[in-house]
Write a protein that binds this ligand. Structure first.
Ligand SMILES: C[S@@+](CC[C@H](N)C(=O)[O-])C[C@H]1O[C@@H](n2cnc3c(N)ncnc32)[C@H](O)[C@@H]1O
Length: 425
């Protein structure tokens, strides 16, 4: 029977759904199984067509986002095509045509004016009512996220085949020949992805707003336990507790401070010193970062002769910084950290560890991220690649702290080789 495989997979999925624990890693596995069921019902040609159709729907949804169609309908008040058309400035006869495909995908549903479902033949006029999917694209935060993740990079990254064809292998792995700078016509200036991003103020604005609101994964390194240990010693209290290198607008530091709350409540006079380091345009500029208990330090780790401004901190934390670069540049950043470390300092890298080739798992995000990083001039690393990179600058991995909620990010805890800090955590 042609659908025997689909039936078998569906039965397995049903069993697993009954014991679903709600974690994001299990959710990824379940959705992966749903995709496999769909694949097993399709001919190979239909599998490709499926992605083509989704790509075209994406264009329509993008049109709706950009025209403000999702915003034109209030969350609890269905609206007629004419009302929406008036608000977005597109004729209703055109609007209703391109709303059909998103509706099949669950964006908006149709209701009769009295709130009942339309009859067959449908009563007129229809009203467009929000669904959870269409609501998720309503409002500025949704637009910001959509534009950052899709609209703004898409026009540039759609040209990836040309980028690849016109560059040597060495150039493709050089962060100063990245696809963004190339697509912006800035490659000759040798800009990194972030330097190129900074040249497009609109994209950069959306980028930083979106990063501020992104769902944030990290590992389970026990910050409170470490602070409890080091703050008992006078010498420990006098040193900076955490330096967040390339910390963006300080989101992880805020999380760490929240985690330390418990310890601080026991002894409020003990205040950990925290430092946020990033480029001036990121932490300063028109709206400088201001987090209570955190000192901002402008630092460009690629500036000629740069050195880590904070010496002897307990922890040097880098989240999603090293994945932006291949080993040579990553080593340049790490060496500055190593030179500033004391024997008992730690490095915490919050990153993905992608599985070796034969075991890809169910979560697609780290691989999609790896592709985006390829375009930006960086890469996601396997455990072996992290080990090699750290080893090459005199560091060794002490522990890997997985995320508590099934996010794919982990905290990689490393120390100077042969001078391990106390292992009481
Ligand atoms: C992918 S973001 C990660 C931000 C933050 N750690 C987080 O997890 O949200 C990489 C960060 O590295 C910073 N960065 C890029 N080039 C830098 C440089 N030359 N010196 C210091 N920071 C830099 C960027 O501004 C950005 O904040």
């Amino acid at each position: 029977m042609a659908n025997a495989a689909a039936i078998e997979k569906t039965e397995k999925l049903l069993q697993e759904l009954r014991v679903y624990d709600g974690s994001s890693s299990t959710q990824a596995a379940l959705i992966h199984q749903l995709d496999e069921i769909r694949n097993s019902l399709q001919q190979p040609r239909e599998i490709a067509n499926y992605y083509i159709k989704k790509g075209l729907v994406l264009i329509i949804i993008n049109t709706c986002v950009e025209l403000g169609v999702f915003d034109a309908v209030l969350p609890d008040t269905p609206a007629s095509a004419e009302d929406i058309a008036d608000k977005v400035g597109v004729d209703a006869s055109i609007l209703t045509r391109f709303l059909r495909a998103p509706m099949v995908e669950g964006f908006f549903s149709l209701a009769a004016p009295d709130g009942n479902k339309p009859q067959n033949p449908p009563s007129s006029p229809y009203l467009y009512r929000h669904t959870p999917a269409s609501l998720s694209l309503r409002g500025l935060p949704a637009h910001t996220w959509w534009r950052t993740a899709l609209t703004l990079p898409m026009s540039r990254f759609w040209r990836t085949p040309d980028y690849i064809r016109s560059h040597s292998t060495a150039e493709l792995q050089d962060s100063r020949h990245n696809a963004l700078a190339w697509a912006m016509g800035l490659e000759s200036e040798g800009l990194t992805f972030f330097e190129a991003l900074d040249r497009d103020k609109q994209y950069a604005g959306f980028w930083w707003s979106a990063m501020g609101m992104a769902e944030y994964g990290f590992g389970s390194f026990p910050w409170a336990k470490l602070w409890e240990d080091v703050s008992r010693k006078q010498d420990g209290r006098d040193r900076v507790f955490v330096v967040d290198v390339g910390g963006g607008r300080g989101k992880r530091l805020v999380e760490i401070i929240r985690e330390l709350g418990e310890v601080k409540d026991k002894e409020p006079s003990l205040k950990p010193m925290m430092v946020l380091e990033d480029l001036g345009g990121v932490i300063g500029g028109e709206t400088p970062v201001s987090i209570e208990g955190v000192k901002n330090v402008v630092y460009d780790f690629f500036q000629q002769g740069a050195e880590q401004p904070v010496k002897g901190a307990h922890v040097y934390h880098l989240r999603h910084v090293l994945h932006d670069y291949y080993d040579e540049k990553a080593r340049q950043i790490l060496k500055q950290v190593v030179d500033a470390m004391r024997p008992d300092s730690r490095v915490i890298l919050c990153e993905y560890i992608i599985p070796e080739e034969h075991d890809l798992g169910h979560e697609i995000f780290p691989y999609v991220m790896d592709f985006l990083l390829f375009l930006a001039g960086g890469l996601e690393r396997t455990h072996r690649q992290w080990q090699q990179l750290l080893d090459s600058v005199g560091l060794e991995i002490m522990n890997i702290w997985p995320s508590k909620d099934g996010h794919p990010e982990v905290d990689i805890e490393a120390c100077l080789k042969d001078t391990k800090p106390e292992r009481s955590l």
